[in-house]
Design a protein around this ligand. Structure first.
Ligand code: F6R
Ligand code: MG
Ligand code: MG
Length: 372
């Protein structure tokens, strides 16, 4: 049976009024480019949206993961959108396109990628998460809650198809290596790693029973690619739901509350993760707070399930009042943190600050220090 691939590829190629939002003309460029690719049969369906200042290309196709044609399509789309952004003199035009020429795969070139190939079940519901003003490790807490915490996911206790637990692939972004840990047996060891969000990030989760892919997230670290601060690595993540995977409501339940993630303002501050609907997907207060959108989709016969006009059917999950409590908590926490200004722990620790513009400021002071 032919397998379906879901790819989400994203980049910040310019935004309106600073790092606030992707304006409609860039969304229009991306829609045009992907519509052409659908016409030629390269992709089967697509949905373009934004997470704050990040342009998000959600695509389904039969080409598999890391496919050169698909990645070239995403790259060309970002280049076209960046050109539009340059014409409009938008802010940070072309920011995440770290190379002048495409070389086969967008990984390592700036854009963030999450892709999964699978044999479709009778029905395949999924959630697409996309966040702005944070980093891939922001999903560590979320994914642990969904796939390893029985106080969040009742299915871990009640559904026999999840009884064997899940395998978590964890990337060490600094050591350039990865390790796979299995829950529930190794959940303490897993937490020992992924609690260090500065270094470790969950890249993939499989169901232990049969190795079936359950979740993937982007793992781009722009600063490690470029060797300097070039904005945060605003992440994306795909999670499969239902029938032996966590229910859609178990995937969203962690967002009854907010939690803190790194990357707010200048990639330099902790901020409360605020779940928002697409209409509120713009980063305003202190360039934030870090925001996350969640789209519920159904994958059907290689496509996003669509209406009769071919428009994908999308549930804008966080637009629901069910997430009002998390939003209120997020704003209260945001206010408390901002009262602290540049004092830790509102500001990130020195390790993370090395990848910001702070070291340039500190360097100037170096000659003035006297030995004691
Ligand atoms: C961008 C971001 C923003 C910027 C800030 C300063 O991803 O997080 O908070 O870092 O707006 O931007 P510059 O240095 O471009 O003026
Ligand atoms: Mg930006
Ligand atoms: Mg961004």
């Amino acid at each position: 049976m032919v397998k379906t691939t879901v790819s989400i590829i994203k980049a910040d190629v310019g935004s309106l009024a600073g790092h606030t939002v992707v304006p409609q003309p860039l969304i229009d460029v991306a829609n045009r480019k992907l519509a052409e690719a659908k016409e030629t049969g390269l992709i089967n369906s697509f949905y373009v949206f934004n997470a704050g200042d990040d342009l998000e290309l959600l695509m389904t196709h039969f080409k598999g993961e890391s496919n050169e044609e698909i990645h070239r399509l995403a790259w060309d789309t970002f280049v076209a959108a960046a050109e539009k952004a340059k014409k409009l003199k938008l802010y940070g035009a072309g920011q995440d396109l770290l190379s002048d020429a495409f070389s086969g795969n967008v990984r390592g070139m700036g854009p963030g990628v999450a892709e999964m190939e699978f044999e479709e079940r009778r029905s395949d519901p999924m959630i697409v998460f996309a966040a702005d003003k944070t980093e891939p490790a922001a999903f560590n807490y979320l994914l642990y809650k969904i796939f390893a915490d029985p106080f969040n996911t009742a299915g871990l206790v009640i559904d026999p198809r999840m009884a064997d637990g899940f395998e978590f692939e964890v990337l060490d972004a600094i050591g350039h290596k990865s390790v796979t840990l299995k829950t529930p047996e190794e959940s303490y060891s897993l937490l020992a790693l992924i609690g260090t969000t500065e270094r470790y990030m969950i890249s993939k989760i499989r169901r232990a029973e049969d190795g079936e892919i359950a979740a993937v997230s982007s793992t781009t670290k722009l600063s490690l690619i470029a060797g300097k601060y070039v904005g945060k690595d605003d992440p994306v993540c795909l999670v499969r739901g239902q029938s032996g995977f966590p229910a859609m409501g178990e995937i969203t339940a962690p967002f009854l509350h907010t939690y803190l993630v790194a990357g707010w303002m200048r990639g330099s501050h902790w901020g409360p993760f605020m779940p928002v609907g697409l209409k509120d997907s713009r980063c305003t207060v202190f360039d934030g707070p870090p925001r996350i959108v969640a789209l519920g989709i159904q994958v059907a016969d290689g496509k996003l399930a669509s209406d009769d006009q071919g428009r994908p059917l999308i549930v804008d999950i966080f637009a629901d009042p069910g997430f009002d409590l998390a939003r209120r908590e997020a704003l209260e926490l945001a206010a408390a943190l901002r009262r602290m200004g540049e004092f830790e722990p509102a500001r990130l620790g020195p390790g993370a600050m090395e990848y910001t513009t702070l070291p340039q400021v500190l360097k100037k002071l170096e000659p003035r220090f006297k030995k004691v």
